[in-house]
Design a protein around this ligand. Structure first.
Ligand SMILES: C[S@@+](CC[C@H](N)C(=O)[O-])C[C@H]1O[C@@H](n2cnc3c(N)ncnc32)[C@H](O)[C@@H]1O
Length: 338
């Protein structure tokens, strides 16, 4: 069995456990044979990566720090196929006269390999790579890799919109970082009035990526209807099994519903509130009014604030509160950008 298959089988039981609960976290879309699709995507749809996000990201870093204070070590959480990372690194390397250090961390070992290959083309970048599930806990990989000075953490491309528990993820990054470290958070803005944000996901390529983890564990997906809908601040992808399926001895009944895709939208004020609650002081926000993409730069505080949302129950109440807030654009705003 090849590298993709190995990664698929390593997570098979975990995926089946989630399917039984009716939830498939988005991170499983990126492993094994799913990663192969993301790698192919980089070749087939190269122009889609010229999406203007880089301008917002670099403006937030420069706006919050100034050119002289950009750290020379970067921890990139979720480089995927490495295409956007390569764009960011081009700017990052040019912002320093000497060599820079890069640590790529990802849930997908297959994507880490792809990112390694792409990044090795940057002569002035010393690249390292480590596996990390940012949703499950902190990592020691950053402490083992870092040298003197602050680390610039990047969580870009609305990755925080895909996770089950964004508060937990920001806390896990806090716990893996040191006081004074920086976090660049790239997010997608709220659903546009009169627009269905789910439309952007209704393509055969995305359908195939979303359903790949189901296909991998042996669920026939050809006839599955993927219902993509916008609910409050989230785009959801839901399937319902037309007939019972037994996988690895586990029976999923007919009509069993699985939420297999999630993409939350944020507004800048809510993103800043999330950062403050998880130990990051917002320094600068850059908003691209055209696309709705925005970037917040935060600096890690010395201590997790007392207000930190620590228990799972309190976190979900807090997120529900933020979701309600996010549906109400601030006064004077002409409407969400996307
Ligand atoms: C939306 S892509 C972002 C890619 C790139 N950073 C960009 O801005 O275009 C999400 C990336 O995060 C990774 N990822 C998703 N969930 C993760 C998790 N729980 N832990 C670590 N990495 C995760 C995925 O494997 C993928 O590489």
């Amino acid at each position: 069995m090849g590298a993709s298959g190995d990664e698929d089988s390593a997570h098979q039981h975990e995926v089946i456990g989630w399917l039984r609960r009716g939830i498939l976290p988005v991170r499983f879309m990126y492993i094994g044979s799913g990663a192969d699709q993301h790698i192919r995507f980089a070749e087939e749809y190269a122009e889609e990566y010229q999406d203007g996000r880089l301008g917002d990201e670099t403006a937030a870093v420069l706006g919050g720090l100034g050119p002289a204070a950009v750290p020379a070590q970067l921890c990139d959480i979720g480089p995927s196929n490495g295409v956007h990372t390569a764009q960011f690194l081009e700017w990052f390397a040019a912002a320093h006269s000497g060599p820079v250090r890069y640590l790529g961390v990802d849930f997908s070992r297959r994507l880490l390999d792809a990112a390694r290959e792409r990044i090795s083309r940057h002569a002035s970048v010393e690249g390292s790579f480590a596996w990390w599930d940012v949703e499950s806990g902190a990592t020691a990989a950053v402490r083992g890799w870092r040298t003197g000075g602050p680390v610039l953490f990047c969580l870009l491309g609305n990755t925080l919109g895909n996770v089950e528990d964004p508060v937990r993820v920001l806390r896990n990054i806090f716990l893996s970082a040191c006081p004074g470290d920086l976090l660049v958070l790239g997010l997608f803005g709220p659903v546009g009035q009169g627009k269905d944000e789910a439309d952007a996901y209704r393509s055969p390529a995305i359908r195939s990526m979303v359903l790949q983890p189901l296909r991998t564990v042996g669920i026939p997906v050809d006839d599955l209807a993927l219902d993509l809908r916008t609910v409050d601040d989230r785009v959801l992808g839901i399937v319902r099994l037309p007939k019972p399926v037994t996988i690895a001895g586990e029976r999923l009944p007919a009509q069993h519903e699985i939420r297999c895709f999630l993409s939350r939208r944020y507004v800048p004020a809510v993103a800043r509130q999330l950062l403050r609650h998880t130990g990051w002081r917002p320094l600068d926000t850059q908003t691209a009014s055209r696309s709705g993409h925005f970037v917040v730069l935060g600096r890690r505080l010395a201590e997790m604030p007392d207000t930190a949302v620590r228990s799972a129950a309190a976190r979900s109440a807090f997120l529900a509160h933020l979701a309600r807030v996010s549906l109400m654009p601030p006064a004077g705003r002409s409407g969400p950008g996307r």
